[in-house]
Design a protein around this ligand. Structure first.
Ligand SMILES: NC(=O)NC(NC(N)=O)C(=O)[O-]
Length: 378
């Protein structure tokens, strides 16, 4: 989801595909990049890492229905055609729907992947879902297959509505390697009271990364992901800074003396006060940061844009106040900080994580309580 979050939560699932003959639609949702195996064949044909349907000999086109891991506003899609050349789907269109549990069970009785063994009732449900109740987000567009320079086809969406399901149409048949949905999670906060503890930076609650200084091993938004990181790639990892002095020196607290640092800025899911913090360096063993610190503030829309344009970089801006002071980190370890360590109890909307000199963090959790913001956003 954009600078926004990519819907890589393992909670996404394929509910239905018209055809999975050469390769199942579930491959579309795999987090790993597609791979090519030149000499591998199955009983059905050439092994391929994606979704691939038969060459159609009947009227119609192929399509599949994907349930999003978390409901949200969609800002764009990526259709990746890596390793699909002559068998690439020539065209696609993308539709969306917002289905509540009530209307979902009405026309999706089993609520799970419906294969060829679907009951009459389920086929009726599928037929109903083919109706105009789906909103067209991307009208029919041509795809660039692998051999045409790029395999990454991006489609932007201008919609402020919340969606729960996607219908991906391919015309008339063929294959696609991966499908990504970009956007921001929309959680209903109206039911949360001032004493309801939450992780306000979690991607699944609507926290997003809005700017960063560097990324090499993984995007900083990864640190907002579900559970513990699966690898270094599933965290935020920066390149080695080139301004490191030839011989490192430390101060009397053992903190290395460095001119530079790296940073990432996060918009919280809701205004809040933070009471507990976790910084996890899991998987970062020879490349964990020496120290980290956190700063926080309230930003309006324009101020956030300035951050994205990196106008502020690490300039001393009085808006940013310390939340967690400079703290030594350890490799491959969860670091917990409670209220006694935190330097601020103000209501905030944004947090900046600064690591010195470089390295990686795999997860960050910012626990606290929701608050109402009496602040006019521009
Ligand atoms: N080379 C192919 O494209 N073969 C077929 N596809 C697979 N996967 O075997 C096909 O006809 O679409």
């Amino acid at each position: 989801m954009i600078i926004l979050q990519e819907c890589t939560s393992c909670r996404c699932k394929v509910l239905f595909a018209t055809d999975d003959f050469f390769a199942p639609a579930e491959n579309l949702l795999k987090k790993q990049s597609p791979v090519f195996k030149a000499d591998t064949f199955t009983d059905y044909g050439k092994w391929i890492d994606g979704w691939e349907t038969r060459r159609k000999r009947i009227p119609g086109h192929d399509w599949c229905v994907i349930q999003l891991g978390i409901p949200g506003i969609i800002h764009g899609f990526e259709v990746n055609t890596s390793f699909f050349a002559e068998n690439c789907a020539p065209r696609i269109s993308i539709q969306a729907a917002c289905l509540t549990q009530v209307n979902l069970s009405e026309f999706w009785p089993r609520g799970d992947r419906i294969g060829t063994a679907a009951s009459d009732e389920e086929f009726k449900a599928i037929k109903k879902m083919k109706s105009d109740e789906w909103t067209l987000l991307v009208p029919m567009k041509e795809l660039k297959p692998e051999h045409l320079d790029t395999s990454h086809n991006y489609f932007f969406v201008n919609s402020n509505q919340k969606w729960t399901h996607i219908r991906l149409n391919i015309f008339p048949d063929g294959g696609i390697a991966r499908f990504k949905v970009y956007g921001i999670v929309q959680r209903d906060w109206s039911a949360s009271g001032p004493n309801d503890l939450d992780d306000f930076v979690a991607m699944e609650k609507g926290g997003i990364c809005v700017g960063f200084s560097s990324t090499q091993l993984g995007h900083p938004r990864n640190i907002l992901g579900l559970g513990r990181a699966t690898s270094m790639e599933d965290g935020w990892g920066t390149a080695r800074r080139l301004d490191r002095p030839p011989v490192l020196k430390v101060d009397d607290k053992g903190i290395i003396l460095m001119p530079g640092s790296e940073w990432a800025i996060f918009r919280l899911a809701h205004p809040c006060v933070i009471t507990h913090i976790e910084i996890d360096t899991y998987h970062f063993k020879g490349n964990f940061p020496d120290t980290c610190k956190l700063e926080a503030c309230i930003l309006n829309t324009q101020e956030e844009k300035d951050c994205i344009m990196q106008k502020w970089n690490l300039k001393q801006d009085p808006k940013w106040k310390p939340l967690l002071s400079v703290t030594k980190l350890k490799p491959n370890k969860r670091h917990f900080f409670d209220g006694s360590t935190l330097q601020m109890q103000d209501v905030i909307t944004h947090v900046r994580l600064i690591i010195v000199p470089d390295g990686g963090v795999s997860r960050m959790r910012l626990w606290g309580f929701p608050r109402t913001l009496f602040y006019a956003s521009k």
